[in-house]
Ligand binder design. Structure first.
Ligand SMILES: [Zn+2]
Length: 90
């Protein structure tokens, strides 16, 4: 994990492009119905089946097989692969 304000421009662009890609896919899938989320017409989304780390603590990373870890960040759960998402020091 890296503090966003320390990212160089090329990495900010890459992060932004990734966010747009994931959000576009999530919206197309109707969102993530993890607890009680439904759309305005009461339909559940199905993007939760595409999550690669969220709520997959202990399960293997789809990229490298390392167990997914969970940490608290500002009192919220954050899930990540400790091998693919190594902390970056800049
Ligand atoms: Zn991984």
């Amino acid at each position: 994990m890296t503090v966003a304000s320390r990212l160089r421009e090329a990495r900010v662009r890459r992060l932004f492009d990734g966010m747009v890609t994931v959000l576009t896919e999530a919206i197309a899938a109707g969102g993530s119905s993890i607890s009680d989320y439904v759309d305005a017409e009461g339909r559940k989304g199905f993007f939760q089946f595409s999550h690669r780390v969220y709520q997959r603590t202990g399960e293997p990373c789809v990229n490298c097989g390392t167990a997914i870890r969970r940490v608290l960040v500002a009192q919220r759960s954050s899930h990540f692969c400790p091998k693919c998402q190594k902390p970056q020091v800049q």
